[in-house]
Design a protein around this ligand. Sequence first.
Ligand code: SF4
Length: 151
Amino acid sequence: MSYLQRYPHLLEIAYRTVHRLIYPWRQQLRPGSAAERAFIFLEKMSKGPLFACTMCGQCILHSTGMTCPMTCPKNLRNGPCGGVMANGHCEVRPEMMCVWLQAWERSKSMPIFGQDILHIQAPLNNQLRGTSAWINDLHRKEEMVPRGWLG
Ligand code: SF4
């Protein structure tokens, strides 16, 4: 766990601030552009050390207590599974705490996005792996959610 994950409220403020800053520039921030390459680099450099990000391309950190769901050994986008042990650890890797338990606890300290943990997340589109989650959020929403998911 990174130090900053103890302060999920600060992280959600940072998330909202970045979102507000980049949204007006969405026409310049196109998929496949130099801007996307820069974002990929920045996301690796920031979210890698902070959240053990593996660049799934469909970031839902603000919906999961600023806890990356891809660090769950089962890669669950919705959790927890039925295998959490009585001490809150993972059945696959007993040395680690359940990622989803951490997500639930941290989301309680997030007044802005904390309720989003109740949303059911769409399955991951593996074709977006390695792309920029920020650019995808601006331009590839229809690729992030399977057809019929919202309807
Ligand atoms: S949800 Fe995806 S993009 Fe976000 S931190 Fe986890 S692996 Fe990275």
